[in-house]
Design a protein around this ligand. Structure first.
Ligand code: HEC
Length: 147
């Protein structure tokens, strides 16, 4: 019986360790960190869109979403500091061979987030487009098309 309980505990322990890695194709370390950061911000955007239709009732949620979007902007240089797991990562080598172009892209991101936040209360569709523009602009240049 004791053996069995231990076995179950080990099984669950392993499952917990393995599950998040599997959802990102076995990535770990800096690669997993940036994949998680990107996935989280995508979830944030999905919640932000409906919240923007009624900004006065959803002020706390909208503020929290912008804090997250800004945090991504602040973390982008660090998240992509290391060229890592290039077989698994969708990050293109150009990030490290053209660091100025990548830094410009991060700056563009921060500007677009400022612009979107300043426009809270306006047309939600236009705001989401301003944000999507910068996600796409960076992905087009620096993210590999799906393998
Ligand atoms: C400065 C460049 C840059 C910006 C800005 C950027 N991304 Fe990314 N994004 C990347 C790169 C590079 C990858 C590939 C990372 C990897 O696989 O190591 C990526 C990956 C992703 C992924 C896939 C993560 C995974 O699970 O593998 C999602 C989702 C994503 N980005 C969403 C967004 C959204 C939404 C925004 C805008 C709010 C955004 N990104 C802004 C560069 C950027």
């Amino acid at each position: 019986m004791i053996f069995k309980i231990k076995h179950v505990a080990i099984y669950f322990g392993l499952a917990l360790l393995v599950t998040p890695a599997i959802s990102h194709g076995g990535a770990s370390g800096p690669t997993l960190e940036r994949m998680n950061a990107m996935s989280n911000v995508q979830k944030t955007l999905k919640q932000l869109r409906p919240a923007l239709s009624d900004p006065s009732s959803n002020k706390a949620e909208i503020d929290a979403a912008f804090v997250e979007l800004r945090t991504l902007g602040d973390h982008l240089p660090k998240l992509f500091q290391e060229k890592h797991m290039m077989d698994m990562s969708e990050a293109l080598p150009k990030i490290w061979s053209s660091p100025e172009a990548f830094a410009d892209e991060i700056e563009f991101y921060n500007l677009q987030i400022d612009k979107a936040e300043a426009a809270v209360g306006g047309d939600p569709k236009l705001m989401m487009q301003e944000i999507a523009k910068t996600c796409q602009s960076c992905h087009t240049q620096f993210r590999e098309k799906k393998k």
